[in-house]
Structure formats: C-alpha cells, structure tokens
Design a protein around this ligand. Structure first.
Ligand SMILES: [Fe+2]
Length: 369
C-alpha cells in the first residue's frame, strides 16, 4: 500500500481501502480503479489523501509535474490583468531585453558545446544572469516577470535561464556568499542540458507520455552529467545536472538519493526547476497561480530541502499581502493575512468579510488580480 495525495491521483491507480470524507461519508470503495471522474469526485469532497495498491503506481516524471497535477479541467485562465499590467511596464520591457539576450547566448553556447565539442563558456552566461539580478530587485516580482516571458518554441533554453535566475534569487534570500550564488546560477543554467539528447517531440509532447517516453525523459540527468563530466567546471555544477530530480525524501531519480546525498546546490535548483515548471505558460495550459504553487509545494514539502523550501514559500506568500485576488466562483478579494502553517491558504477579505481559506476548503485563489 502507498499513500497518495489526491492532488497526485492518476487514472489507473487502484484504491487499497474505502475512502471517506472528513465527515465520515463513504466516497469510493476498495478496489476502485481511478478514472477522471472519480478523481474529480475525490477533489470535490476535499479528500486529502488515500491508499493505493502499490503495483498500480505508475512512475512519473517530476519535471512534468503539471501533466498530472493539472488536467484540462483544472487549468486556470491566464491571470490576465495582473500579468498584463506587468507586461506593459517599462521595467518589464527592459527585463525582457536582457533576458532574451541571455537566452540567445545560452542557446549558442550550449549547442556549441554539445554538438561542436567547444568548451562551455559558463562564466559569460553567468554574467548575464548576474546583471539581471543587479539591475532588478531580487524579489518575487522578478519571478512574476519570469512568468511573463513567452514566445519561444524551444523551452529548454528559456527554462534554463529561468531556473538560473530563480536559483540565484533563492540563494540571495538564503544569504549565500557571492561565490555560492555564482555556483548555483551556473548549476541552474546547465541543469537540463541532458534534454538535448532526448528527441524534441518527446520533450515538447503536451499529452501523457508512454512508459517508454518517460524512461527516455528520465534519462536526461545522466546524459547531462555525461556531457559535462569532462568540462572544466566545478563538480557542484555537474551535480546540478545529475541530481536536480533527486528528492530529499528519496523519491526522486535517477538514483533515489537521500537528502544528505544530494548536492546542496542541486537541492536549490530542484526547487527553482519545479517552481518554473508550474508557473510558466505552456502551449497547452496557462501557468499556475502562485498560491496553487505554494499549496502544491506544502503538500509535498518533505521532497525538498527543509531549510530552503519553507523560507522560499514564506517569502512568496508574504509578498502578495494586500494583493487583489480572484477566487473560484468568480469572487474577488484582497489578501490580508498569511497563515504560517498553511501558506497557500491566507485570510482574504471578500466583500467586507474575512475568509480564512485554511478553513474554507471549497474556496481557493485562482488568480492574482
Ligand atoms: Fe530536468
């Protein structure tokens, strides 16, 4: 038997015991095979978790978390007004220019290394990312600008710069030294380099991957390490490529390493990688609202570096205090207070009433306004 969070339910899983609501009502019975409708039912009744027959657990790609967490009907609309406002600012236009310049260089440099055997010029690439964090205040608004970047066909290079930026900002929040910040930035830039060895149609496939395709995608950390192993770069950077899908609870891949076996820089890149995967826009779905992202991290907190994850989530949650938000059922409100123990469920002022989302299980923030 294995415990599965409802948010991670997948079609085909077989229920190992009767599932009840908090109020004691039977929702589904032992032996039920999950399908789309039943998964919806579990979510509707706010069932937090359940047990499944372990053999029915299909392995999945952590990097493609969004494929399983947010099925079509869960996809929220693009947070139109909030991100639209950001995109119209001069600040964003400047950011976009610097960002795009960095992406072009990353693409060229990585391709030269992988396909022409040129030595990687990672320090030049690092300088571009560094400049961005020097030019703009390294806070959550920078994450929001990262979210607004779009228009690329090949997401690997954009994703690399995103993860480098987010990793660097996290390391700044964690008060890492400049040298350490540089290390994690290099790690972010090169973490997914192994994806160049995977057929592009598999990497960009919007639907569910077949087991063979998953196995292929899951081989990218090893490919990445092999590409970098003879390059003149620090071992920590190579480890970021190899270990960014390892998880602190031992549930990651390729080696199911435990917390203390995972390179500390790879543990930061892992958080930045998942954050970017969840918030960035894809052809087939809009990025998730930061509060959904926080809740998903909170439900799976043991997978990440405990020291880093809580301080990152707290910082993100706190930075949206006073922000207007849209709730499901088309309600609107304003975030007034953050609950330290449930960061994804703040107290929201809705039409003169204070609504504590940690207690109102059927109400959630769907978008920033
Ligand atoms: Fe990856």
């Amino acid at each position: 038997m294995k415990r599965v969070l409802t948010i991670k339910a997948k079609e085909g899983m077989v229920i190992a015991g009767d599932v009840y609501t908090d109020g004691g009502h039977l929702v589904i019975t032992k032996g039920t095979v999950l399908d789309k409708e039943i998964i919806e039912k579990l979510k509707y009744y706010s069932v937090f978790d359940f047990f499944i027959v372990e053999e029915s657990l299909i392995s999945y790609e952590q990097d493609d978390l969004e494929r399983m967490i947010f099925s079509d009907e869960n996809v929220i609309g693009e947070d139109e007004s909030y991100y639209k406002k950001i995109k119209q600012t001069e600040k964003f236009k400047k950011f976009e220019g610097m960002f795009n310049e960095s992406v072009v260089k990353v693409e060229k440099s990585i391709n030269d290394m992988v396909f022409r055997n040129s030595p990687i010029q990672v320090n030049e690439l690092l300088e571009d990312v560094k400049k961005i964090t020097q030019e703009f205040k390294p806070d959550v608004r920078l994450f929001d600008m990262v979210h607004c970047i779009e228009g690329y066909d090949d997401l690997t290079y954009v994703h690399s710069v995103n993860v480098a930026l987010i990793s660097r900002i996290i390391s700044m929040w964690m008060k890492y030294s400049e040298e350490e910040q540089d290390m994690v930035t290099r790690g972010g830039l090169l973490h997914d380099i192994g994806k160049l060895m995977i057929p592009k149609d598999v990497i960009t496939k919007p639907g569910r991957l077949t087991p063979t395709e998953y196995a292929l995608v899951q081989s990218h950390p090893i490919h990445g390490y092999n590409i970098l192993k003879n390059q003149d770069i620090d071992e920590h950077v190579k480890n970021c490529a190899l270990m960014h899908h390892e998880r602190c609870d031992g549930e990651g891949y390729p080696s199911k390493l435990a917390y203390n076996e995972i390179d500390p820089y790879a543990r930061i890149v892992a958080i930045a990688d998942v954050y970017d995967a969840m918030t960035s826009n894809r052809v087939y779905r809009a990025g998730l609202c930061p509060y959904d992202v926080i809740s998903i991290f909170e439900e799976n907190v043991e997978a990440y570096d405990p020291e880093v994850i809580m301080s990152v989530l707290e910082r993100i949650a706190n930075s949206y205090i006073n922000n207007e938000v849209i709730l499901n059922d088309d309600l609107e409100g304003k975030i007034v207070m953050v609950n330290k123990y449930k960061l994804g469920k703040p107290v929201v002022l809705v039409g003169g009433a204070y609504v504590d989302l940690s207690k109102e299980k059927n109400i959630r923030i769907t978008a920033l306004k």
